[in-house]
Design a protein around this ligand. Sequence first.
Ligand code: NAD
Length: 638
Amino acid sequence: MYQISRIGRLTKNARSVSSMIGSRSTNTSNTTLVNNKIKNETHSIRQYANVTGGNIMSSTFSKTPMGIFADQLFLQPINPATNQPITDLKIDTKITLQQKYEKAYLYKEQWKNTSAIDKKIMITKFRDLLVERVDKLASDLTDESGKPITQARNEILAVVERINFFLHNFEDIVADKVIRTTDKFKELLVQEPLGVIANISAWNYPFFISLNVIIPALLTGNCVLFKPSEFSSITGLNIMALLYEAGVPEPAFQIVLGKSIISQSLLNLPIDGVFFTGSNATGKKISETLVGRMVKTQLELGGKDAVYVHKSADIYKAAASVADGAMYNTGQGCCSVERIYVDKEIYDKFTQELVNVVKTFKFSFDPKNPKTYFGPLTRGVAQIEHLQKLIGNALKRGAILELGGNVVEDAPGYFFAPTVLSNVHENMDIQKEEIFGPVVTIQPVSGVEEAVAQMNNTAFGLTNAVYAQDSKVANFVIQKSNTGTVYWNACDRVSPYLPWSGRNQSGIGSTLGVEGIRNFVKPKAIHLISPGPAQFFGESYASEIIPPTNPDLESLVAQKASQSIQYTDIDNAAPTELFPPVEIDFQVEDGHDEDGLLSESGMPDIEEDHPDPNEITDDDMSILEDIKNQLDSNKKNE
Ligand code: NAD
């Protein structure tokens, strides 16, 4: 193939990593077979990217009759394991996009009013179709993303639990609630769908990420315009087909295909909400596009996920768990472990154990083999370059390469060797930027306080994890972590029952959990005032959100008062105690209220005692006298 032959040619000039940086262990692999076949010539790879403009698709399109212009009309997904084009997909234009928006807009009232039971039937059928068609769906996902087939199947089957969570909980969240009824008024809270929402999605877990939004959005009555990643558009089309087969009407769910340009056009439509999952850089562009529009926006962005291994941890169990957390999905996960901090006392042993575990994960050029653990990099050259840049920078600054380090020689696609770097420090780019590949770093620390400081020393805030037998250590990390999720003796884990959210540069908002449903509705507060006699609204009622009198709290207040602080009894206080009179010196003019409180205009005529700024006072005169005397005495001295 064109691109691979270029990689092959360039890598012939490459020096081996071990000769460049004095690797501790470079030829120990048995099952992974890649460690002695890697290259580390970042310069050569950069030249290669320039030749193709870093754009895999345009290079393959350049061979089609339409040449590079085809790129404006079609997506051509490439299998990253073989570098073969899979198919041509027609992309949307501004005109088709506008038509789709209008269709959704005109349908939104109807979809909002479709009964909950009808929606539940459709989504349940969709869930069952996912399971029924898992083989085909997983096979397509593996073809277009390189995700190993077993992991593709796992992803699809794990969606079932998420859908069940949404099905079980959404009705309670959208249900109308009477908050308060008295004989004079009634207060109600109703939830309404946002309207037409855009879901702009990433490729790395395309079923999870998109369905975390699509399912609760549809169930709560929103129409969805779904823009899958250009690297997972076939999966996007599969999701669309199954939703339609399950009975979801076309205007309620439509797909938008294309790259960033069409995605930006989608944002420019008068949509009612944007739910984005992707990189931090794109998240920033999306917020810039939406600035001033007051559109509900959720951004689920990247991470720089960290783990601390305390000396009390079971080293073998911790190494096995962290290795999987770093390398599963070929390290292409927002919560894939990227930074490991290990107590100095166990650092060498843990590092060795981690490398040993990673070597047991099966590396193969065939992601359709059920035993394959590592697949290719989905985004090809762009990702390879990024990883090489970070690894090269770290090695130059003193990192030690424990395993891997570069692309795999003679690979049919974009395969990168699983890589472990030790002896890293916080000033290296690899400790700051999101890696998003099968690369993990290990840094020694001298205890939990340093570990937490290092873990939080990042612009991101998605997950932190601690491995320890000592629960005090675990609690310290849990409390001090500035992340949306924290794990104890686990990592790289998502639960449908808990909100998934990032802090800082990892994003705004959350999917999953109760919050992940409530995000798709907006509250309407309704105040009804009785037009009739008392009891117009029937029996009085107070929902649970109205606090009953709290005897515990009242006795606590009394106790505090008897101790030191004196609280004023507001109900029985004389008005003067609460509002001490303000003395205003004003003069009463003829014809005004005798008490001088109000003038005819309703306001007191206050003659305020402002000094005249031009008046020369006695003080001024004495200052002038002093100055004059001083000048006279100066003259005499001269
Ligand atoms: P990406 O930002 O490149 O693309 C995401 C989507 O945005 C795609 O559909 C793409 O077409 C679109 N897009 C690209 N440029 C755009 C622009 N200028 N305006 C509007 N839309 C644009 O991200 P990716 O490579 O698809 O996904 C990987 C990233 O996603 C990683 O950073 C990963 O950490 C993050 N991610 C986060 C979570 C999470 O839950 N926090 C989950 C999965 C992935």
